[in-house]
Design a protein around this ligand. Structure first.
Ligand SMILES: *Cc1c(COP(=O)(O)O)cnc(C)c1O
Length: 405
């Protein structure tokens, strides 16, 4: 991949982990050693040939990569353009999250760590972490809010079946941010033998950059596949949903330096941006510190984190990764949003037109198709971040409401 100043500016944070004004590492004193160790090791390890070969092999044989770039003909006809779906829904465990957890488990192995911790909200990242810990025979502890444990029973069962210990976070609102606090506390208490796997492009430096690199395989493949299919490796538009921003970072990564490629990140508007029940961070957020980095954050006047709302658990996050905050600030990417209702409509549309049931998160990216205008000559790539099996209860409730019997 060619490198130039633009790419350096957008893709890589500076030495301290800043993307413009966002990023950095705001951590308790007790964590400095762990984070410094990771900062020192990660680029060296990532650029090591043996590491890359092992990563590529697992992505291929275990995760099922490359995932197809599928020309969705009936969806394209409906919008009068040419639409390709990047099928991350076909990855092992049903979403893109495995790309990152495979990378981080190999890194943990390199660093000699024997114990893995993670935090999870809906359980998707917990399952992806428990999966790679089973693969490598490493001890896995997942922190999860007590309320989320009740709401997400199937994913809790998956983690347990995979051999992980799920520890409830019982403080505060008993959800994701409380689970994150517990995970950080654990890391402070076990600095030598433990690696903390963060599931999105959030957290203190080097996590946002490290996770973006592990997810960048998405856009690396898109370039190759588009070239093969169309003779041109550049799409005109790339669209992805954003919770913390890892699938979007992966889908954008190798196009950041290509000014002709328009990038769209779709947030969850929940019940509507002005409804008070939303997760539209880039519209409502102000700079603040969450999970160890400076980014846009939904907060009250006095800096308390506002509980987000979205129908999709994976987008139900009050912040956004620092890379995305920077891309919005500089105008390189455009933030859009879709409501719960718009996402549901888009999910049913894809199911009927293409025979693919998307994750509710991914349905937000699909919903953006209605918000933009299209030319037949456009080449639109949508990152289909995950499959909809986990969301069937929500889809069933929706169908029951549509046709009450
Ligand atoms: C977790 C998840 C997301 C949101 O996370 P990002 O880091 O923003 O990608 C999106 N889609 C699916 C299917 C997920 O499981």
């Amino acid at each position: 991949m060619k490198k130039n100043a633009e790419q350096a500016r957008y893709t890589f944070p500076d030495q301290q982990g800043y993307y413009g004004r966002y990023g950095g590492a705001f951590i308790p004193e007790m964590l400095h050693r762990n984070v410094a160790e990771l900062q020192a090791a990660y680029t060296e390890v990532l650029n090591d040939k043996k590491f890359q070969d092992e990563l590529d092999l697992l992505l291929h044989d275990y995760a099922g990569r490359p995932t197809p770039l599928y020309h969705a003909q009936r969806l394209s006809e409906a919008f009068g353009t040419t639409i390709y779906l990047k099928r991350e829904d076909l990855c092992h465990t049903g979403a893109h999250k495995i790309n990152n957890t495979i990378g981080q488990i190999l890194l943990a192995e390199r660093l000699g760590k024997k114990r893995i911790i993670a935090e999870t909200g809906a359980g998707q990242h917990g399952v992806a972490t428990a999966t790679v810990c089973a693969l490598k025979g490493l001890k896995c502890i997942v922190y999860m809010g007590e309320k989320d444990i009740e709401r997400q029973a199937p994913n809790v069962a998956r983690m347990k079946m995979l051999g992980a210990t799920v520890i409830p976070a019982t403080s505060g609102s008993k959800t994701l941010k409380d689970a994150t606090n517990e995970a950080i506390r654990d890391w402070i208490n076990n600095p030598v033998d433990t690696h903390y796997i963060i599931g999105s492009v959030v957290g203190p430096h080097p996590y946002p950059d490290m996770v973006a690199r592990f997810q960048s395989v998405i856009s690396r493949e898109v370039r190759e596949q588009l070239l093969e299919k169309t003779g041109n490796e550049l799409p005109t538009h790339v669209i992805a949903c954003v919770g913390g921003g890892s699938n979007a970072a992966g889908a954008f990564y190798h196009f950041l330096e290509e000014a002709a490629v328009k990038l769209y990140a779709v947030e969850a508007a929940g019940c509507g941006i002005d409804s008070g029940k939303t997760a539209a961070t880039s519209v409502l957020g102000r700079p603040g510190i969450l999970h160890g980095s400076m980014s846009l954050l939904m907060q009250t006047e006095d800096g308390q984190v506002v509980e987000p709302h979205s129908i999709s658990a994976g987008l139900d996050y009050p912040g956004i990764g620092p890379l995305h905050a920077h891309l919005f600030d500089t105008g390189r990417a455009t933030a859009l949003s879709a409501t719960d209702a718009e996402a549901l409509e888009a999910a049913f549309e894809l199911a009927r037109l293409e025979g693919i049931i998307p994750a509710l998160e991914s349905a937000h990216a699909l919903a953006a198709l209605k918000q933009l205008t299209w030319q037949p000559s456009d080449r639109v790539v949508i990152c289909l971040s995950g499959r909809g099996d986990k969301d069937m209860q929500t889809y069933m409730d929706h169908m029951a409401q549509q046709s009450p019997k």
